[in-house]
Design a protein around this ligand. Structure first.
Ligand SMILES: Nc1ncnc2c1ncn2[C@@H]1O[C@H](COP(=O)(O)OP(=O)(O)OP(=O)(O)O)[C@@H](O)[C@H]1O
Ligand SMILES: [Mg+2]
Length: 466
């Protein structure tokens, strides 16, 4: 684990006043340009913040060497520039593309300290980024959004996502049907594609059908195709989507919206692995792997008779649940920064990061539209923002920026209350039984309840009271 931190100031001239003082804080200052020796001093096991003082200028060779140095995975940079210096393309390129933060001089030592702390935070958060294979991206020597992930690949490092990645790898090894459930925008389609890409079928087609978007009367022929003359206008045979996926994966998206009348023929196909084109009289063997997904509550759909239970059981042999974005902890910020990296070039201006109120809003907003909504808000903010740091207002989340914070004591109190309530509910208001569950005495439980204005009687149901 890389935990040691080192700060290095690089300058082509004499560091001015307070920058020189930084040496007293055990930071090192190098007036030499980043030569091979310097590179060697940047130990790969140490997180290094390089403060690049552009104010004295660097020559072209130095620029090239700097670029290589700043691209090292364990290096995070803060640039110091003189007013107007960012108009110089080589400086702008290094400062904007390679520095986590840029300070216009004269800046205060406090500002620099903050920027350095930010650079270390960014380096650390990138250290924990994993790709779907569980590789630590930074350790693998990869840094920077677009360089790391191909468009569309999954990002996540929270426990729920690591578990999801594990499930993807496991189910990819089999041919059994997979059912993916999750709120809208959580990444169900992306997951289906990852399963396909990781399976032995990866070189065969991945065919996605949105079961809710095709009119019911066309669904049959869309899925199974038709023979010439099957109906007016059927001038030639058409292969259906199921057949088009032969050898590969058929992704039945929004399966919960599949019209009831089409469910029987899909079930038949799943049972027999044979299809009959509309207007045809021959059965064709088809080898496809089925992945289905929906955002609707399937047990409720089955209960209300909108979805056949037997079809659901055929589809749901292996199950994957996509965690909602609000349950992904710091992944929310990780994704936001990734999307900023990916789309920052949409703006003519330099958008460097998120202001603290935007970060607060990212964590308090409940994200009903999940990752898709996050992407849309960040993209919009990149275009709308006229400052270097995206604010909560730019994300259109101003109302979520000023939520009062919760102290540890408040959080603990809330947790205590929840646990006590659960124990009382489970034991229908019995103090003695709840106290045993909570492994405290009955007297202590009574005291805790009194302190919170709670009463065990509230947890006795009317039937028990009788
Ligand atoms: N973990 C992730 N990392 C990176 N991008 C993601 C991740 N999850 C989702 N996305 C992106 O979010 C968007 C929505 O994902 P996707 O279409 O797979 O969601 P969905 O669950 O199928 O949504 P819907 O229910 O609305 O169809 C896509 O642009 C996808 O690339
Ligand atoms: Mg989808």
């Amino acid at each position: 684990m890389q935990t040691t931190r080192h700060t290095l100031v690089l300058t082509a001239g004499q560091p001015s006043g307070w920058v020189r003082d930084l040496e007293c804080q055990a930071w090192s200052i190098a007036t030499a340009l980043p030569t091979h020796e310097l590179r060697r001093t940047l130990d790969a096991n140490v997180l290094t913040c390089v403060v690049v003082d552009f104010t004295h200028g660097f020559d072209n060779d130095a620029h090239a060497a700097l670029e290589r140095l700043l691209a090292l995975p364990n290096v995070g940079a803060v640039g110091l520039v003189a007013p107007g210096q960012l108009e110089d393309p080589p400086v702008r390129h290094l400062a904007v593309d390679h520095c986590f933060d840029v300070l216009s001089m004269p800046a205060s030592p406090a500002q620099l300290t903050l920027s350095i702390a930010y650079a270390f935070d960014m380096l650390e958060s990138r250290m924990h980024e994993r790709d779907i294979d569980g590789n630590l991206l930074l350790r693998a020597g990869l840094k920077g959004g677009h360089q790391v992930h191909a468009e569309g690949s999954m990002i996540g490092s929270c426990e729920a996502m690591v578990a999801l990645f594990r499930s993807i790898r496991k189910v990819a090894r089999t041919d059994a049907p997979v059912f993916i459930s999750g709120e809208s925008g959580t990444g169900k389609e992306l997951t289906a594609r990852e399963i396909h890409e990781r399976s032995a079928r990866r070189n065969r087609p991945f065919v996605a059908i949105n079961c809710g978007a095709i009119p019911p009367h066309l669904l049959q022929s869309e899925l199974f195709g038709y023979e010439r003359g099957a109906f007016t206008g059927a001038n030639q045979r058409k292969i259906g989507r199921v057949e088009a996926a032969t050898g590969g994966t058929l992704f039945l998206d929004e399966i919960g919206d599949l019209p009831f009348e089409s469910q029987a023929s899909l079930l038949r196909f799943l049972q027999e692995k044979k299809l009959e084109r509309v207007g045809g009289n021959q059965l064709h063997d088809i080898d496809v792997r089925i992945i289905a997904a929906t955002h609707i509550d399937m047990p409720a759909a089955i209960e209300s008779g909108r979805f056949r239970a037997d079809l659901f059981h055929r589809l749901c042999v292996l199950r994957i649940d996509e965690p909602p974005l609000r349950a992904r902890g710091t992944d929310i910020e990780l994704l936001a920064r990734r999307m900023l990296d990916r789309y920052r070039s949409d703006s003519q201006r330099m958008v460097r990061g998120f202001a603290p109120d935007a970060i607060a809003a990212l964590y308090t907003y409940p994200w009903p539209g999940n990752v898709r909504e996050l992407i849309n808000r960040v993209r919009r903010a990149i275009v709308m923002s006229d400052r270097p740091f995206i604010t909560a207002d730019d994300l259109d989340l101003g109302d979520y920026a000023d939520r009062s914070t919760v102290s540890l004591a408040e959080a603990r109190e809330e947790a205590d209350r929840d646990v006590i309530q659960m124990a009382l509910l489970r034991n229908r208001g019995s103090l003695s039984k709840a106290a045993i569950d909570l492994r405290i005495s009955r007297v202590t439980l009574t005291r805790l309840l009194r302190a919170r204005g709670m009463s065990a009687a509230d947890f006795r149901s009317s039937r028990d009271a009788r």
